[in-house]
Design a binder for this molecule. Structure first.
Ligand SMILES: NC(=O)c1ccc[n+]([C@@H]2O[C@H](COP(=O)([O-])OP(=O)(O)OC[C@H]3O[C@@H](n4cnc5c(N)ncnc54)[C@H](OP(=O)(O)O)[C@@H]3O)[C@@H](O)[C@H]2O)c1
Length: 273
């Protein structure tokens, strides 16, 4: 009976992780969210109230709430966790359309957005990994997966001048480093830590709803660089395919294969599209 803990299951990809993994009744799936009432309702309406799904309240910026979620998870799972999936993230809209100089001309907002991104995406995950470690060490599988972004890879960033989403990207690069540090410490105890990017996923229609024509033009120019990076690229993936790909990558990954601490794509390598 494998057990999973997944953060951010109220969101776009998180809910799909929850849906696919809980399809198998032998999996126990604990989802961590900020709004338990709303997510319980969504689970009941869209998944028909699967009895192997358990929703717990936790905010990644509230250490005590994560600590309580660990204690509650232990009661549900019998004291161990096989897979910890760090999917929750602060994904700012603020930095989506402008290069770093434009953002830096608004110093107070820049500071607030960068610190918020860092607090949720980096510090929040460090607390999450640390607090869940006793349960992971008691698990059979011992896999900790951080959902990352290929935009945080320095190679395409520098080769194709990828200018946008600076606060988010910088926080994801730091999160990958945190995953590397946990791997460095826990590999010898058999825990696989890995960062996996789901690829570019077709967003919900509302995602760019508030964008101005200029912002959409900036985004279009940015996305054109994706075409330069990967001429074969035809467009974003459906979220069910992206999530299936990511699960496939973590299933294949192992310490023995040299994957400890790695940062890879939905293809299991450094090809991000
Ligand atoms: N979608 C893509 O194309 C794409 C591409 C590359 C990487 N990713 C990564 O995939 C993951 C999921 O992204 P998504 O597209 O599904 O984004 P999303 O819909 O914005 O979901 C983000 C999730 O994180 C949760 N969250 C945010 N701040 C939190 C906090 N302080 N404490 C607890 N939970 C918090 C949100 O909860 P609330 O519902 O409470 O706000 C939500 O469930 C992220 O790590 C993202 O960086 C996505």
């Amino acid at each position: 009976m494998p057990s999973y803990v997944i953060t951010g299951v109220s969101g776009f990809l998180g809910f799909e992780f929850l849906r696919q993994i809980s399809e198998d009744q032998s999996n126990t799936v604990v989802g961590l969210v900020r709004d338990k009432v709303a997510t319980d309702k969504k689970v009941s309406e869209q998944l028909g109230g699967r009895c192997n799904v358990h929703i717990l309240q936790a905010d990644m910026t509230d250490y005590d709430s994560v600590q309580k979620a660990v204690a509650d998870t232990a009661k549900i799972s019998g004291g161990s966790v096989d897979y910890l999936i760090a999917n929750a993230a602060y994904v700012p809209q603020w930095d989506l359309y402008d290069p770093i100089d434009v953002l830096a001309n608004k110093p107070q907002e820049l500071e607030e957005e960068m610190l918020k991104s860092f607090k949720v995406n980096v510090v929040g995950n460090v607390h999450l990994f640390h607090l869940f470690m006793p349960l992971i060490l008691k698990g059979q599988v011992k896999k900790v997966v951080a959902i990352s972004s290929g935009t945080a890879d320095l190679e395409p960033m520098r080769q194709f001048d990828m200018t946008l989403s600076s606060a988010y990207v910088i926080s994801k690069a730091a999160m990958n480093a945190a995953v590397g540090k946990f791997s460095a410490q826990y590999r010898k105890e058999g825990v696989l830590f890995i960062s996996i990017c789901p690829g570019m996923v077709e967003p919900e229609a509302s995602h760019y709803a508030n964008a101005t024509p200029e912002q959409l033009k900036a985004l279009e120019e940015f996305l054109a660089r994706f075409k330069q990076y990967a001429p074969h690229y035809t467009g974003p993936a459906r979220r069910e395919d992206a999530v299936r790909d990511v699960i496939g990558v973590w299933e294949k990954a192992s310490i023995e294969n040299g994957d400890a601490g790695a940062f890879v794509s939905h293809l299991g390598n450094k090809q991000w599209l």
